[in-house]
Design a protein around this ligand. Structure first.
Ligand SMILES: [Zn+2]
Length: 212
């Protein structure tokens, strides 16, 4: 969990940008299951079969916008205008059909907006909120999930220390072991690596991939 439902939505794609990408929201049923599990909608919530394709398209559009805006912000760049437009549009559409009643006022989204509205408004809140400076991208190259770093000293590097953090520590240990082992004579791979980088580059690193 990224600490924010809009970021949880963004993180429903696993290994984005790699050949083994996994989309956990690949169809409308998966979206309904995820939204119920995340507490966005009630467990029995459903959408009419005719409206499922539109739901899928809008959730994917919203997710893409949160990823695009969030990634830019985490990298210290301004969020792209098309991403902000998409979030504003989806939030506005959900509000246009909603009811507002009582005091304190309660917002009641209608139909598929019961799922879309809370997500779009969570994205708006995130982008306007004072925690935006804590938005980070997991440093694991095959992850890149977005999360809010709520640690006191702002030193969190991984979406999850038990997975990405542990994998990094394991690789770092393996790298240390390799650095301490002198390359054998005639081992071109080791010599080449030592010559052009000055230090061991893990096989999965961007630099190592580019050289191939
Ligand atoms: Zn990660």
């Amino acid at each position: 969990m990224a600490g924010d439902i809009a970021l949880d939505l963004a993180n429903t794609i696993h290994r984005r940008g790699t050949p083994c990408v996994v989309d956990h929201l690949g169809d409308a049923d998966a979206i309904l299951r995820w939204a119920a599990a995340a507490g966005v909608v009630d467990p029995g919530f459903s959408v009419a079969p005719l409206k499922r394709q539109a739901l899928l398209a809008t959730v994917h559009r919203l997710r893409g916008a949160v990823i695009s805006a969030g990634t830019a912000i985490a990298d210290g760049n301004p969020p792209p205008a098309p991403a902000l437009d998409a979030i504003r549009e989806i939030a506005a559409r959900s509000l246009a059909g909603a009811t507002l009643e009582g005091s304190p006022a309660r917002l009641g989204f209608i139909g598929a907006d019961r799922l879309l509205g809370p997500l779009a408004w969570a994205a708006l809140d995130l982008l306007r909120g004072d925690e935006l400076g804590r938005l980070k991208r997991c440093e694991a190259e095959d992850c890149r999930w977005l999360f809010l770093d709520r640690s006191r000293n702002g030193s969190r590097r991984w979406c999850d220390t038990a997975t990405c953090g542990a994998a990094h520590a394991k690789r770092a240990n393996a790298d240390d072991a390799l650095v301490q082992t002198p390359p054998e004579a005639g081992d071109a791979t080791h010599q080449e690596r030592a010559a052009d980088t000055g230090r061991w580059q893990p096989r999965w690193s961007r630099a190592a991939r580019k050289r191939r």
